[in-house]
Structure formats: C-alpha cells, structure tokens
Design a protein around this ligand. Sequence first.
Ligand SMILES: [Zn+2]
Length: 322
Amino acid sequence: MKLRDKGKNRPEGKFKGFGLAGDTLKERSRGTLEHRKRQLRGKLILINSALALVIIMVVLVFRVVALNRRDTVEVSDNVNKQAEAESGKKGSQKKEKATPEPTPIETEEPDGSERWLRKDLDGGKPMVALTFDDGPYAPVTERILAVLKKHDSRATFFCVGNRVPNYTSVVKQAYEQGCQLASHTYEHAILTKLKKKKITWQIEKVNEVMQEAAGCKTTALRPPGGLVSDKVKKTVGVPMVCWNVDSEDWKSRNMKKVLERCTAIGDGDIVLMHDLYPTTADAIEKLVPRLVKKGFQLVTVDELFYYKGIKTKPGEVYFSGK
Ligand SMILES: [Zn+2]
C-alpha cells in the first residue's frame, strides 16, 4: 500500500515542485500526463495479455505432456499385466507338465541316417544308388528332386560345403524327401594334397553348414577326384564312397550320351552324376521312370550297403554294393 501511495503522489509533487505558472500550461501538462498514462496503461494491457497467453500456452504444454505420460504408463502397465498373465499361464502349464514324466533331453545331434535309411524296403529286389556330386545347384537339384519324389525314389547328394549356404532350401528339401546328404569336402579339395589338420577342417566345415541348412551331419564322403591316401583314410572319420558306373555327364553334357552310359545299370551299382548341368536333369527325367519300370529300387548309398549286408567302416573306400 505504501509503495502504491508513493507512486500516486510523486507526479503531483513533481509538478508542484516545477512551479509552472498559468492555467493553459497546467492544462497542457495535465493533457500530456493523461496521454502518457493512457500509453502506459495500453502497454500494461499488452504486456498482461502477452503474459496471460504465455501462461496459457505453458499450461497447455504441461497438460499435453502429462496426458502423454499417463498414456505411456497405462500402456506399459497393460504390457506388464499381459506379461504377468502369460508368465502365469506358462507357470501353470509348466506345473501341469511337471506332474507327468519329464521328457528326456536329447544331447546328441542327429546325423541324418535315421531319415535316409529306410528299413522297410524289399532286400530281394534290385537296387541302384544314383549319386550327384559338386552341387547343390537349385535349378538342377530341384528338377532331380521332383523326379525322385514323383517315383518315390531316393538318391545321395555329395555336396560341396561352401555351396550349401547359397542353396539351403534345396538342401533341406532333399533331406525332407529322405535323400542322403553327404560330403564332397568344403572346397572340393583334393584331400591327398592336404595336411591332416586341413583334411579335418574340410570334413568338419561341411557338417557345420549341413547342420545349419538341414539339421544333420554327413555320414559318407566322396573324395574329390576319387583320390585317397593312407593319411586321408586315417583322418576322414567316415566311410568313403566312390562309384562303379560313370555317366560322364560333365564331359558330354548331352542327355542321350548320359543315358547310353546308363543302359547297363545293374543291381548294386553306384552311379556317378553331377547336379550342375541341365542335361543331367534331362537324363534323370528319363532314367528314373525307366529304372523304376524295370523293377529297380532307387536308394541312398547307406540303404544300398545296409541291404547288401556291407558293414562300412570309417576311412574305407567303397565302389558299389556288389
Ligand atoms: Zn567333384
């Protein structure tokens, strides 16, 4: 109150102190004073409105922020509740499961042989094992798989490991059809030229990519070029499977010539082909129905040895089921 009074009185005091003479002068100065007061009031109103606006805006911003925060809290609350409910459910499921016998944990990785060794075939009927090296190569491998599937037949694919990651789906498809996935080393390496450590690496690396692609290991190896040494035999750890019928498909790249080389196929034969060439797929599309019509069972190499009573050993080389 005191301050306000002081301010009110000050101008009057000032004017008195100036000691201005005459009515006109007084009126003029009063007019100016009024004008200034009006200006000041105007400014005050402006400042007040600006302040009010700022306050309104600040309040609005705070409200928006507060609303957002509430939403987030509600959402996270819901998420937490859901998670709690689910874990509760799981917990109760676990409890329900825990009452019967606990399921045994499988520690050993499957090697795949369970899938590609049928034990319900007719051992008295002729058998032939078609084998394909140097793949996978989807455009050709897929065609071969389609024919095999159509005729309820199987074959063995000696895959080059470093090709597998590029064609995982066709590898998986072969596995699911019961075809045998075997090794042709990781880099199509001539094993006789390698040191023991490198040989092991070539074998293990193939199993790594097979595990990734189809969930299995390989149980047979075809050494590139058919080249084997004592060191290779001692190192590979699986039976080595060569062939006794060479289709020479890589050389002729001609369907008719491939078929000609396959006319003499007999019981127990292992046929060498390559799932890289469309001409090989052409030949297979003719050969598979022909062999089936002749009464052959088209089997994997593991099946051939199983039915022919050949007990394969790691490091040994096999050329046929005869
Ligand atoms: Zn090869």
